[in-house]
Design a protein around this ligand. Sequence first.
Ligand code: N01
Length: 545
Amino acid sequence: MSVTAEPTRAERRDVPRTVDVVVVGAGFSGMYLLHKLRAAGTSAIVFEAGTDVGGTWYWNRYPGARVDVESLSYSYSFDPDLEQRFEWQERYPTQPEILAYARHVADRFDLRRDIVFGTRTTAAHYDEAQRSWTVRTDRGDTVTARYLVMATGCLSASKLPEIPGLDAFEGETYHTAHWPHEGVNFTGKRVGIIGTGSSGVQSIPVIAAQADQLTVFQRTPAYSLPARNRKLTVDEIAGMKSRYRDYRKAQQESGFGVPTAIPTRSALEASEEERNAAFEEAWESGSLVNLLTTFTDFATNQEANDLAKHWIHDKIRSIVADPRTAEDLCPDYPVGTKRPCLDTGYYEAYNRENVELVNLRREPLVEITARGIRTAVREYEFDTIVYATGFDAMTGSLTNVDIRGRDGVSLAETWSAGPRTYLGIGSAGFPNLFMITAPGSPSVLSNMMVSIEQHVDWVCDAIAHLQEQGLATIEPCPEAQDAWVDHVNQIASHTLYPKANSWYMGANVPGKPRVFMPYAGGVGEYRKKCDEVARNGYEGFVLAR
Ligand code: N01
């Protein structure tokens, strides 16, 4: 496996004035898009803010960062030879291993020559007369393209806590989503960390093992399952490689993009003993999907979900020695309605003498000071503050770019009451704009690799169709979009998802409209719908000459 060094800004390639497609982002979506477009003879250029490929795995280098989907599943399926050649090391690969995979793919398909690194896309305006997009960057580039594809990821626009004094602290500060490439040494340091989502949960045990003192500031506790990570065995890898084609098909037809046994009965029908055995099995398996699919009504029935909730509370109490800390770590919202976490030694970390939990529900954050963090109760002093405070999820990376469609209308304004898309792929009023894994698609509720590949295939097929038919534009019709938005909302309303203040709902960003953004009907059902739309001549889209 050869992995090249990250290109420096000096190696930035020339930018053409005109291409068929501008792609924004060189994460797993942008990389596959470029490969596919090129293979179809379509000219494309990719703008990427980072200095190399990898997207989320380029930026999120915090200690303990891993994916929560198994490596043999969280990988591209489009090239069987790539599948056979790449050797995953661990069940849940580390960020460096995933980034090495992304680089391997970039090398293998010679992708970097059409990627402009170190360049952030700032604006994209549609020119109705020319039927083209004019894309601008922070490096002064201006490119026109027939199509614009936003492959900007769902968790790319990081956010800081909305409290005064962020610039006041005199020590070191880090955000988990912008971790220094050279790493951070916490030895001998007093560290404060704000946030207990996946990034906090993964980094807390690692920082705790190194730092002198770690204080965790928690607003909402997470549900976290032990990952039971381990090295993959030679037999496991060979076994998967021998049945990859069947496995990929099963992924595409599954609910979460991870094949799993389909539950057959309600948690309320099972005896207490049977329920506990099912929960224990899921807990021991180290698989979030196993937990979420223990019973048919886990995601839809409060009473059924409460049974899992109380079972997990007991687990937390059995691990965490200090009773008050254990109670503070027990979440009160339904299991699975905020993204659950997968950890290595998370709850155990609170048994260390150098770790303290501050429950912000009891003592709210007031400000960041020169010396540390002040809550309503006291000031805590630190050498280092880590912000694990998440993202303006799903929409932030789209609305942060000044995207203007027909008549100069802005995407951010159009979505001010919540994102509106048809299939999570396009938005009415924005011809020839495609979005990869946007709101309205399964996206963050799925194994992202499966959803990314499905969207990229669909978008590339649509572009090929337009070119073959001599058509100039494709755009969702407002009626189809309205019906899709209603459908997405209706599905969500049958679940417990809207009951939590999650980033799925936009609830972590003050002022963001509360709308459940992803499509919760499952990857398999969604794929069928997208295929049907294409088969019926892109039903619900307006195609124009
Ligand atoms: O972000 P988060 P993340 N004051 O939004 C808290 C994926 N991911 O970076 O819950 C105080 O989940 C916030 O509190 P609350 C995965 O999909 C995957 O951890 O809003 N606290 C929360 O505790 C994940 O879900 C992997 O009340 C504040 C935390 O900060 C997604 O990325 C690994 C605050 C943010 O948690 C995001 O995860 C990492 C404030 N003002 C990430 N603002 C894996 O594959 C925010 N918080 C394993």
